[in-house]
Design a protein around this ligand. Sequence first.
Ligand SMILES: Cc1ncc(COP(=O)(O)O)c(C=O)c1O
Length: 396
Amino acid sequence: MEGPSERSNHTFETEAIHAGEEPDLDPGGTGDLVSPIHLSSTFAMDETGNPSHGYKYSRLGNPTREALDRRVATLSGADHAMTFASGMAAIATTCLTALESGDHVVAFDGIYGGTKVFFDEYLADHFDVTVEYVDATDPEAVADAVVPETALFWMESPTNPLLKLCDIEAIAAIADGHDVLLAVDNTFATPYFQRPLALGADVSVHSTTKYLNGHTDSIGGAIVTDDDAFADRVRFVQEYALGAMMPPFDCYLVLRGSKTLPLRMRQHEANATRVARYLSEHEKVTAVHYPGLETHPQHDLAARQMDGFGGIVSFEIDGGAAEARAFVESLDLFTLAVSLGSVESLIEHPVSMSASYVPEEERLASGITDSLIRAPIGVESADDLIADLERGLEHL
Ligand SMILES: Cc1ncc(COP(=O)(O)O)c(C=O)c1O
């Protein structure tokens, strides 16, 4: 694959291994190939009180976090990346940096449920910010929702759990025309399969908990941008207002995990494609949602906007909530758990798990039916995964 941006001299695969982790070959340096985990909360000053080695206090700057920030920025083809204690911390910091009381947000109606809770039960209640949800699969719906107070478009593509897409380039043009900031949650696609800034977005956010780390052992998030002024404001909010930076040990884990991001994403996608094709031919499966299938309503957009279709497949089975629950509980290799983006295959029934708090009418309107099942496909053997699904479907 090509490099993540024109600024990069290397391919994505090479940058994933080396960016941010150049060995320290200076006299007195240790030559470590792998970034040490700098756990110190504070750093020694010289007698004038100046930081003698460039660092003062770990909330304000930490060498392990800076290494990860450089890795994420390089892979995203961006000038700036800031890493956080969770994806939600990155999302909240983006919004609290971008918005003022009285502002209006236009959001994709398919966004991650946690973001929606933050918008509805925190931003709206405490900051007098109004959020309007639209079906952003149609860019005109985004344009139509703009009012003079609109300050932010909040998009996600593909969405969780229905794998809907929005046309980032078209929505970026609308944002530009109205002087609105466009933020895109790129957690599902990762920078390997999609780079929103190159498509015109101002900000891209990630839950690094998912594919960027990829091994189910760290919670984290990232904000990525080319906008120097916005990056400065984010750093101020992170360092002096909200904190919520990624701890050094987690930075090390994401530095380690992200080295294999290209290998893992290719395998996630190959497995997801086989699983999606298998499910779409099964008589007990009534719908399959995967952007890589030609039957996906936005398959052409996915092929144009993304470099790969990702690793998450959602599907509906013949039956209701009881059958869906029985099915997900009957599997051996797929672990019944929320989250996604790790080497292990997971499975969940949104109605009983991640979307259980969403009122029935609202979730049905957004397409989350009783029999919807979400399966983040891992990197095990696709043969074994399909055999597990086959056993489960036979018992239905
Ligand atoms: C698309 C998306 N964005 C953001 C988040 C929140 O990330 P975190 O759990 O790391 O706070 C999630 C979590 O599932 C997600 O799926």
